[in-house]
Design a protein around this ligand. Structure first.
Ligand code: HEC
Length: 554
């Protein structure tokens, strides 16, 4: 009664037409947290204080960390709980949401966890951003990094997992290998990151040597080689672009410099115009394309950023890779979905997402170049054919071996299925009966990868150091994800193009060894680039390092 009177009282000051206009255009999640009803917002958390926070911390580690991460920073489309909406939402709204969950998007319902425990977890979460927060004991950790080997059942080929990834092994997955949806129960199995044990080191095929180029970075993500040979690295979490120059006789950078800082969550980096003398460094920040004035050799941006275009942003996949067409006339920007499988027809927040967008290089005239690409984390131009390629994270919560990630050339105007379809005419069971007219338009990608291996940056090998058979091949980083009972990915792969510029569907394990036999993880490949000397550089945001792979023939 009271709240009705209150609403009516407010409405009497606002012309009815305005109210209607607002409610008609309201995005589905803009005002309340996951559409929580207004009645829950005022609910007080009955279990606050130090003791409850400590219990909540332990519960968080047992129940939530495997998807949201040990430090609650999230990953992929699993949101951060330490920042963003959870930190601004009311405790009552969070309680309401975690009780119901959002099964289709991968968030379990926690109605069976005792109420008291749900509140205690919220007490803990709310302290993560409180400057006067209570002191929490050091993480108790989930499971121990003991020496026991993980003994889950062996995978059924062509699917595999980290235990069977071995440099030099070729793999090929065909459409007919795909299981039915929910053939296995979807699981939450995010990595527990440990420091690299002394005897652990990335493994490459015979004849290659792996060295640690540099370490001690903060969340190193995409890496690109500048025309003058410098390496530009996006440190996304702290919002910086770093430059590393040179390779000393003992394989280390000769100069390290901060090129730009104060960015929102940078990822994509591109030099423009193409060719040996770029004038700009373009940066795909999570919500905008920016560019910094640049001349070869600059170690710091020589001027402030120009803002060229806003990008669709908000929750969910946040990386924005940037690339230019070979004629320099088109700028491509890859924008992943906000959710796992929300239907854009009913979720306006998905507008212009899960696409590769194109713009003029000055940021004007945004168009959709290709669509239905859930999370095109890495894009690159194939130097032999001039075509745009992408490396894609497909969707979660359909079981261990669905939906495979992929690498493919991108057809202009092409539709790759998300969210209604996947991999040719397979309908997503969560959107049964939707968009039958699109069924025959879904393009099957060129290279079907292991499901849930989280394929990130890709590059074409144009160096002169590796044996001839590698000329023009793709190298890609598989970061590894959370939605598989035995983890796959956590490796670098090679996609052979057989000097044709086209893929035949196979790929090869190239750099492995980032997962320990018990399933804990010490390294996660993200970015990949070819140095001017022909060696391969790989960023790793698990150990916060950059690895360098050279060919020695030994
Ligand atoms: C199996 C993986 C998984 C587990 C386990 C899990 N979550 Fe989630 N959670 C998700 C995903 C995926 C989303 C995003 C759902 C969406 O987009 O609607 C999410 C969303 C959330 C959100 C909304 C955040 C936002 O910014 O919108 C909250 C709060 C949350 N989870 C809390 C928890 C808590 C507390 C636990 C432990 C009790 C937990 N989650 C366990 C996967 C998981």
């Amino acid at each position: 009664m009271k709240s009705w009177k209150f609403i009516l009282a407010c409405m009497s000051f606002i012309p009815a037409i305005t109210v209607l206009a607002i409610s008609a255009t309201l995005p589905d999640h803009a005002e309340t947290f996951h559409n929580a009803p207004a009645s829950v917002a005022g609910q007080e958390n009955p279990y606050r204080g130090q003791r409850n926070a400590e219990i909540g911390h332990r519960l968080y580690e047992q129940r939530c960390a495997l998807c949201h991460g040990q430090n609650a920073h999230g990953a992929g489309n699993v949101p951060s709980l330490a920042s963003g909406a959870t930190q601004t939402a009311k405790p009552g709204e969070i309680f309401w949401f975690i009780t119901r969950g959002d099964i289709a998007d991968g968030m379990p319902a926690w109605a069976r966890l005792p109420e008291q425990q749900r509140w205690q977890i919220i007490t803990y979460l709310k302290l993560l951003q409180d400057p006067n927060g209570l002191r929490l004991p050091a993480s108790s950790g989930m499971g121990t990094a003991g020496d026991g080997k993980l003994n889950t059942p062996a995978p059924t080929p062509p699917f595999t997992d980290f235990r069977f990834e071995k440099p030099g092994t070729f793999r090929k997955i065909n459409l007919q290998d795909l299981p039915a949806p929910f053939a296995t129960t979807p699981v939450g199995n995010g990595p527990r990151i440990v420091s690299r044990p002394e005897d652990a080191w990335p493994q490459a095929p015979t004849g290659f040597k792996v060295e640690l180029y540099t370490t001690g970075l903060e969340n190193p993500r995409l890496i690109r080689t500048a025309p003058n040979g410098d390496f530009f690295v996006a440190e996304s979490a702290p919002g910086r672009i770093m430059v590393f120059r040179g390779i000393s006789p003992d394989g280390k950078p000769e100069i390290t410099s901060i090129f730009a800082s104060g960015l929102t969550r940078p990822f994509g980096i591109a030099f423009y115009p193409l060719g040996p003398h770029p004038r700009w460094v373009y940066v795909g920040d999570t919500n905008a394309v920016l560019r910094f004035p640049y001349r070869n050799g600059d170690l710091r941006a020589r001027g402030p950023a120009q803002h060229l275009a806003d990008l669709p942003s908000g929750r969910g996949h946040w990386t924005r890779d940037v690339a230019f067409s070979p004629d320099g006339k088109t700028m491509f920007v890859a924008v992943g979905s906000g959710s796992n499988v929300d239907d854009p027809d009913t979720h306006p927040a998905e507008k212009d997402r899960a696409n590769i967008l194109e713009f003029n290089p000055n940021g004007s005239e945004m168009r959709i170049y290709a669509y239905g690409i859930r999370n095109p984390a890495g894009i690159a131009i194939n130097p032999q054919t001039g075509q745009l390629w992408c490396s894609v994270n497909e969707r979660d919560m359909l079981g261990d071996n669905l939906v495979p990630d992929y690498i493919t050339h991108v057809q202009p105007g092409g539709f790759y299925g998300w969210p209604w379809w996947y991999m040719g005419g397979h309908q997503d069971p969560r959107l049964e009966g939707k968009h039958p007219e699109l069924r025959d338009k879904v393009i099957t990608p060129d290279v079907i990868l292991q499901p849930h291996n989280a394929s990130l940056e890709m590059t074409f090998y144009e160096g002169k150091q590796f044996p001839r058979e590698y000329d023009g091949d793709i190298f890609a980083s598989e970061h590894g994800s959370w939605n598989r009972s035995t983890r796959a990915g956590y490796e670098v792969i090679r996609v052979p193009l057989h000097h044709t510029g086209h893929a035949s569907g196979e790929y090869e394990d190239f750099l492995t060894g980032f997962v320990l036999p018990n399933g804990t993880v010490w390294g996660r490949p993200v970015g990949i680039t070819v140095a001017h000397d022909g060696s391969l550089l790989v960023t790793d945001d698990g150990s916060n390092s950059i690895w360098r792979i050279t060919y020695t023939g030994k």
